[in-house]
Design a protein around this ligand. Structure first.
Ligand code: GLU
Length: 558
């Protein structure tokens, strides 16, 4: 046995499989030519956050654009930082957002022939490939302690050299089997490092599917492959997993660009065909005038749950993220207002190179548009689902009479130009308050041109005429009919022609009625609102308002 093989056997004696075994176990996928295999590899160190959702959405679109496949893999090599329930929250969250997962961790558990899909369950696989590299002298054990590594770093800094385990600073590079055996006998922990074959003054280039050609110095750092507990670093796990799971396109955050020379080197030394890379710019936030990445720790909107709590529909959030992901999405949406998002011809080349700012106002606008297009039945289902979780009192009110609630939300909906009053479900309570006695507080404020005396007179004249059977035209004709006696113009154009001759016009009278019934000067179609409220309730509110204005007049001494 040669020296390298003896070293491999010394370090990983329990490993009996070879790369060939895994190649046979995970054969190339049988997919149509050009079908992409993409994945997301979240670490369960927190809950589903916007960056992961954004990336998963892009993955799904990138896969669908080629009839490809999207799988999930859990990167749990950092057990210390793992949070309980993190995996379920991430996978369940993607599912709630309607992002279909073909393989890997799915809401139904692990699915697929290329697993296990959790890195902590793959130790033997990584170790097999590490042994393979050791056998060829492409890796070696390193026994350096944290103190020794610190010391080396200090010396490198003093000498004005780049820090890192490389070249003449790599103390364990030439360790012999005998030396290693002795240290193992002394129970000294060791990591396994790659014997880097790059040179910092040469460059390596790759063609990034988003950013185009990228050139960087070759890797000359003997970076760690396996940590002392036999668990791989991100770099090594990425190469082994993306090869064996047959990923064709690695979509990941652009903070990994600078590590790509390491990864290309690893793929080459392992004898793997490298995947295509697509590095995605993060979603940014303005913080004191400077742009920075949205942070899990600092920003409430980083947690996807925040959007649900605020009453944003998953669809609105995805729709907004699409506008961030692709510069031509909004044009497409304008041209195809009803199309399913999956029909969008997604192209990685249309992605932002530098990272887009998170724009809360834009999210609201997108959301208003989306919600305005829902039918009243859809509004009922989605709003009550939201209220059930986040506002149980409102839920009870909404569901006490489902047909009534549906009618409330049918007003000015399902028409060519629906109103855009609601962007988030937590705005629905305010929007609909006057429809529910439990939520309604009268407010009799009038526009300045209208006096309480005129308001009381208008309400007195109007109330006996109200008939719920009237259509909009008949309804308005009745309002016009009381105008002359009140000193108001029945038509706006009459008023405009001679404003001095009138106190106001029919629109002002309908404002008085509107205020009396809803407490607001601006609402959706009042005729529909009245029909929905019901005659009895309308008449009661008209009387209450009339009494209020009368009392006010008395107090003012008229
Ligand atoms: N766990 C890594 C991260 O969250 C995955 C990166 C990758 O997609 O390769 O950044």
């Amino acid at each position: 046995m040669n020296e390298s093989r003896r070293m491999a056997q010394l370090l990983l004696p329990h490993i009996t499989k070879t790369p060939a075994d895994y190649e046979a176990l995970y054969p190339p996928r049988q997919l149509p030519a050009g079908a992409r295999v993409v994945r997301i590899a979240p670490s369960p160190t927190g809950y589903l956050h916007l960056g992961v959702l954004f990336m998963a959405l892009i993955d799904r679109m990138a896969a669908d654009a080629t009839g490809g496949l999207f799988y999930t893999r859990i990167e749990d090599t950092d057990r210390k930082r793992e949070v309980a329930g993190g995996v379920e929250d991430i996978i369940g969250g993607l599912d709630r957002f309607g992002i279909r997962i073909d393989e890997g961790f799915t809401p139904a558990g692990q699915v697929g022939d290329y697993g296990p899909y959790r890195q902590s369950e793959r130790a033997e696989i990584y170790q097999t490939y590490a042994k393979f590299l050791l056998e060829q002298g492409l890796a070696y054990p390193c026994f350096c302690t944290a103190e020794e590594l610190d010391e080396t770093r200090r010396q490198q800094e003093q000498a004005g050299e780049q820090t890192g385990y490389r070249g003449r600073w790599a103390r364990c590079r030439d360790i012999t089997v005998e030396q290693a055996a002795e240290r193992i006998a002394q129970k000294q922990p060791f990591v396994i490092r790659l014997r880097a074959d790059g040179s910092a003054d040469k460059r390596v280039a790759f063609d990034d599917a988003i950013k185009g050609k990228i050139e960087l110095p070759e890797n000359d750092e003997d970076f760690v492959l396996l940590k002392s507990d036999g668990i791989p670093t991100y770099h090594f796990a990425h190469a082994v997993d993306d090869h064996l799971m047959r990923t064709t396109l690695v979509l990941r955050g652009d903070e990994w660009i600078s590590s790509t020379p390491k990864h290309l080197q690893l793929f080459r030394l392992l004898g793997f065909k490298p995947p295509k890379y697509a590095h995605v710019a993060p979603i940014l936030k303005l913080d004191g005038g400077a742009k920075r990445k949205i942070s899990k720790r600092k920003d409430p909107e980083a947690a996807v749950r925040y959007f649900a709590e605020q009453g944003f529909e998953a669809d609105s959030v995805l729709e907004y993220l699409m506008t961030v992901a692709s510069s031509n999405y909004e044009d497409w949406r304008r041209a195809n207002p009803d199309a399913d998002r999956a029909q969008f011809p997604f192209n990685l080349k249309k992605m932002s190179l530098s990272g887009a700012l998170f724009d809360a106002q834009k999210l609201l606008d997108v959301s208003k548009n989306r919600l305005s297009r829902l039918s009243s039945a859809q509004v009922y289902d989605k709003l009550t689902a939201w209220a059930k979780e986040f506002d149980p009192d409102f839920y009870a009110i909404l569901t006490a009479d489902p047909a009534y609630t549906r009618a409330v939300f049918a007003i000015d909906r399902d028409v060519p130009k629906p109103r855009k009053d609601i962007a988030r479900w937590d705005e629905a309570k305010r929007y609909a308050a006057y429809f529910y006695d439990e939520l309604y507080t009268p407010c009799y404020d009038l526009p300045p041109q209208l006096s309480p005396a005129d308001a009381a007179a208008a309400l007195r004249a109007y109330a006996p005429l109200y008939d719920p059977a009237d259509d909009r035209q008949a309804w308005f004709a009745k309002i016009q009919s009381i105008c002359p006696a009140l000193g108001f113009a029945p038509e706006t154009k009459l008023y405009k022609a001679d404003p001095a001759a009138y106190k106001g016009h029919a629109g002002d009278i309908s404002t008085v009625i509107r205020v009396a019934l809803t407490g607001r000067q601006n609402t959706p179609d009042l005729c529909s609102i009245m029909r929905c409220l019901g005659t009895e309730r309308c008449l009661q509110r008209l009387r209450d308002a009339e009494a209020y204005y009368d009392a006010l007049c008395k107090k003012e001494g008229n």
